[in-house]
Design a protein around this ligand. Sequence first.
Ligand code: GUN
Ligand code: ZN
Length: 458
Amino acid sequence: MTTATDADAGTGPAVTAVRGPLVRFPADPFRAGRDEALSYTEDGLLVCAEGRITAAGEYAALRHLLPADVSPAHYPDHVILPGFVDTHVHCVQTDVMAAFGADLMGWLEQRAFPEEERFADGRYAREAAAVFCDALLRNGTTTALVFGSVHPESADALFEEAARRNLRIACGKVLMDRNSPAALLDTAHSGYEESKALLTRWHGKGRAQYAITPRFAPSSTPEQLEAAAALWREHPGTLLHTHVSETPDEVEWARSLFPGRAGYLDIYDHYGLLGPGAVLAHGVHLSPAERARCAATGTALAHCPGSNLALGSGLFPARETAGGPHPVTVGLGTDVGAGPTFSMLSTVYEAYKAAALCGAPIDAVQAYYLATRGGAAALGLADTVGSLAPGQEADFVVLDPRATPLLARRAARAEDIEELLFVLAAMGDDRAVRATYVAGRRAHDRDAAPAGRGAGGL
Ligand code: GUN
Ligand code: ZN
């Protein structure tokens, strides 16, 4: 018989299956009603073959599809969700997480840049990439859009380590040719050539996607932004990943460097850097007109509430942006290392808090949607991951509402699945991630990890 162990990454038969309470988000909860947006199957079954979901629904209705030698890994009293999609995270900043930073610019100069300089060393980059990938899996994240450093080695290392774990990663070396430490500068020409070489090596290989990655407008010359846009145009299907309107001081700085432009977003618009496949992190201080421009161009925003609260950057109006008159595609990002955690569960809760402070709270279904299917849509992967639908890649996370004594007590009082999801976000972290599956195989098992149950970790 096939057991849970047989479904571990790299071993076992072609067909694997998982049974337990299933949560899916069939429609966008910012536009549809709760009943259409949330699907809950108390005794559900996911059947997977060759990395994809072949059937999803009621166990009783689907059990006949299981081959005689396959018995599903059974997670009663858990919750199975689509794997989390982290739409903005820096693999070169893991070791400066949780550092004090009075504001964005001070944090970049004192913490982020000195750390990123270390990634000139390929060995350092490789070790950091392995730690980063393990941290993603431990937190239930199966897809991520990632900033490297200016060094091509950082992106190579991440793609290699992600491929070893079959993680779905989009990454790019950072483009930055001004207003940064000398050791982190490239040029418009070298940045274009190095990005092109990486893209040729990695884009479309296995689950890798290339993301052309100008850091932000203040650290790129007009020539570099033009080169980035040219590369993006020349390679359809690649992503464009940058930061926008994170803090008021940064917005003013960007405007002063591009005085001919109407505003920060217009800089990217002018150089041809908006459109489907463009993912802009933060967007906290975008005006309603700028948000409407994101909607009109199909540009997505990566909302990073943990980072925004940690650096005092501001409050992103999630409900207005994802659900207003001009709905923008929004995903959630941890923004490690400005963000202090890899946990998308914690980030879901931070999103709720930031929205509440805006006077427009988002509910659990909306926040988890952003962390899964919304993020997949932001990365152009809505048909590929994020909804546990047949045909999708079989990436999912198994959450444990009894991971800690207090969580167990509180979860026992939850009256419905929506309340349980909220409690898991508010009180959970990597300890509540019982298992993470990539392409139908278990890639992280909390209870098998050497650190042991409840030992904490990234
Ligand atoms: N803006 C430009 N670079 C960065 C970065 O590394 N982190 C954050 N949070 N914002 C940025
Ligand atoms: Zn960032």
